[in-house]
Write a protein that binds this ligand. Sequence first.
Ligand SMILES: Cc1cc2nc3c(=O)[nH]c(=O)nc-3n(C[C@H](O)[C@H](O)[C@H](O)COP(=O)(O)O)c2cc1C
Ligand code: SF4
Length: 463
Amino acid sequence: MISYTKQPHAREYRLIFKNVDREDWDTNIDTYINDGGYEDLKKAILMNPKDITEEVKKSGLRGRGGAGFPTGMKWTFIPPQNTKPIYLICNGDESEPGTFKDRYILHQDPHQLIEGMVISCFAVGAHKAYIYLREEFPQAAIIVEKAIEDARSKNFVGTNILGSGFDLEIYVHRGAGAYICGEETGLIESLEGKRPYPRIKPPYFPAALGLYMCPTIVNNVESLCHVKHIIRMGGDEYAKLGVARNTGTRILCVSGDVKHPGYFEVEVGKVTMRELLYDMCGGPRDGREIKAVIPGGSSSKILKADEVFIIKNPDGTERELAFWDIPMDFDSLAACGSMAGSGGVIVLDDTRKMSWVLNNINAFYAHESCGQCTPCREGSAWMKKISDRLVDGNATSMDIETLESIAYQIDGRTICAFGEASSWPVEAIIAKFRDELLADTKLEIADEPANPEAVAQRRFRVH
Ligand SMILES: Cc1cc2nc3c(=O)[nH]c(=O)nc-3n(C[C@H](O)[C@H](O)[C@H](O)COP(=O)(O)O)c2cc1C
Ligand code: SF4
């Protein structure tokens, strides 16, 4: 029986966070080895690399960095006739507001990540790998660099790993502190020593044209950790965790207005919104009610606590799904018009004014836009200026229309998905809390639109 400083909730399933906040745990390599560490690498290194990829495909693992893209499938996108070096990059930028899971792995269980990375590199044929860490993780850089050296001393990293003939070097690279370095092509530019301007896709899909224009696999810290468990359990067995198409476990990071915020590792889709927020997080603070939730990091669309969604069943029929019954998985949250994203669940109670929430989010995106594309650079700043007016009590109802129009003009018109990340929260908050936002405006304006058609035209909707 493992003892933790914070005992896991009964509904948790600890796979990736098995060693996090464990009382008898430290980052020493011997601690990890004595706990069965690097046994999965010993197994994997005897396998055919293609079979490792097959197991990852069978496992159904979907990336934990935000998009939920199938990991095994991504690995197969490396061009088969490739003659260039192949790179693997571990995305440790963890910059999505509301997300705080990768930091625990980096700080407390670096060897789990290294083991997952070595297996992944062996599978895809990469001999050089990078762990890209956000600038704000200086301690993680020290811990991970030490762990790499310790792994090298035991021949888990370096030349002729465990006598297999497979060579791999892993380097830590620290960013300089920018959200956009989490976007995989911005990250690659940064790693190349340049300003992190995201690249346009196509043609610059990293698996084909990534670091130094060579095939590059970019995976999130948590995703790479899962690989070692898939090897231990086998892909089919791993796929029994979670629900169909949403397999395995994932770490939900709950912040905001609940009694017990924190991290919770659960089988994907096995807990509902109600179970997460009430059973696991203790519900809202006394006397308060949960008003809304941003379920997958700040860029995911907000969900109202009283919403009921119409969901399509696999057989084409429809059913109702209330907010509180949403299973916390990729497909269910997408069916409700939002996303599971990075696992950052931000809870807002009835004390939160939506104009303040909107302004807070807009301020972040206006600050973090890389400035490369006009709709994002200008639009994110305009949205912030308008919501500044809103919180200051100086906005008109026209401002809400303009704000909405700007968001829809960014969405779908930018080089990278930051455009959507900044506009989706605005679109959703306005759609769902329009009356509340309007109540914060000065309604008695002179230029109140007389013609509703003109308002409709200003909304440049692409959906
Ligand atoms: C603006 C933006 C920021 C992102 N930030 C992160 C991040 O901090 N960490 C991360 O793993 N992925 C982040 N991503 C997603 C990455 O581009 C990429 O999809 C991911 O690292 C792939 O790993 P996965 O397949 O294991 O999820 C971000 C994407 C965008 C558009
Ligand atoms: S969408 Fe924004 S962050 Fe992405 S490339 Fe364009 S300006 Fe930069």
